[in-house]
Design a protein around this ligand. Structure first.
Ligand code: FES
Length: 200
């Protein structure tokens, strides 16, 4: 799994440490703290049943944090605050530790994403071949200022590292479909088609 920065957990099997907790506390402070999170949980409209399923499947100790979070993200599309709080309640993994993991690995998301994910490769080859312009064209087409999710929640645009098909660069991937050899105009046409046909 791609890491955002030096691993706090080392590997999936290593116990979470103080650095995880520090990272988690920092994020909690930025988000308004545990009290706010608990308040959201009380108000929450997220079905939390899947949390119990994941905890039963993977266990309650810290080495279960990553598989639980992966399972939850698959289920919800992202990791809602109330879901993380529920995991903390149901396991021996603290909310701080969960945040440390969730914010460390780029694979995890703390915000909801659109129905379709547009991954724009910003690897070296794509960068050299003008992906910045492609990104701009895509965002303009979707009415976005930059990376992010459209208001209708149909599309999320995100920059990613090499998609592994550099000979096609510049490359984007929409859900599971790869589009290569893009120009600004080609990218616009692809997006228009998805807006027209792919987001119903
Ligand atoms: S750099 Fe874009 S696919 Fe490799």
């Amino acid at each position: 799994m791609k890491e955002r920065r030096r691993s706090p957990a080392g590997s999936q099997g290593r116990r979470l440490g103080q650095k995880d907790a520090r990272a988690g506390r920092l994020i909690l402070e930025q988000l308004g703290g545990l009290d706010d999170m608990q308040e959201q949980t009380a108000m929450g409209d997220v079905d939390l049943a899947v949390v119990d399923t994941m905890v039963t499947r993977y266990g309650t100790e810290s080495d279960a944090a990553i598989p639980i979070l992966l399972g939850l993200q698959d289920a919800y599309g992202y990791l809602p605050l109330e879901v993380l709080q529920r995991v903390a309640e149901k396991t021996n993994i603290t909310a701080d530790q969960l945040y440390g993991v969730a914010t460390f690995y780029s694979r995890f998301r703390l915000d909801p994403v659109g129905k379709h994910i547009i991954r724009v490769c910003h690897g070296t080859s794509c960068h050299v071949r003008g992906v910045v312009n492609i990104t701009q064209a895509i965002c303009e087409e979707l009415g976005l200022d930059g990376e992010g999710t459209t208001e209708d929640m149909n599309f999320t645009v995100e920059k990613v590292a090499c998609l592994g098909c550099c000979s096609l660069s510049p490359v984007i991937m929409i859900d599971e479909t790869v589009y290569g050899g893009l120009t600004r105009n080609k990218a616009r046409k692809v997006i228009k088609r998805w807006v027209r046909e792919g987001a119903e």
